[in-house]
Design a protein around this ligand. Structure first.
Ligand SMILES: [Zn+2]
Length: 141
């Protein structure tokens, strides 16, 4: 399999996997390769970004690393936001979320711990639950 960076005639950049270079040419010739954003079948291989050719690192690995760093940054920001705005109820989270949902406790944003199963049960009851991906937390006291 080979991953190609493609661009449609409208300038949308996207990626697609092909069995090999020939499969890409054949599928493209048949108009089977279309832009996921606008549907145009007029696509071409996009030139690789010039700034990735700076070292021995594989461009895809580098992209993955940059992406991972961005995701980590976004998740960290989200966790900080949650920490600032939500009351920490710790392991009482599932119980407290239910009490709030059923009007037995003051309505407020809370955070805490729940297993994936507990979170699923809460969602089944129509309670909004958002699981934050676990990341190393240097600031945990
Ligand atoms: Zn397009």
């Amino acid at each position: 399999m080979i991953l190609y960076q493609l661009k449609c005639a409208d300038g949308h950049a996207f990626e697609a996997w092909f069995k090999d270079g020939e499969a890409y040419e054949v599928q493209r010739g048949r108009g089977d390769v279309s832009c996921p954003y606008c549907g145009l079948a007029d696509v071409a291989k996009a030139p690789m970004a010039p700034h990735v050719a700076t070292g021995a690192e594989d461009p895809h690995e580098q992209r993955a690393r940059v992406l991972a760093a961005r995701i980590l940054e976004a998740v960290t920001e989200l966790r900080d936001e949650v920490r600032r705005t939500c009351e920490d109820v710790g392991p009482q989270f599932p119980e407290e979320a239910r009490r709030i949902h059923y009007g037995e406790a003051r309505a407020r944003d809370i955070r805490g711990e729940a297993t994936a199963d507990e979170a699923d049960d809460l969602r089944d009851e129509g309670i909004d639950v958002f699981l934050l991906p676990g990341i190393p937390d240097k600031r945990r006291s």
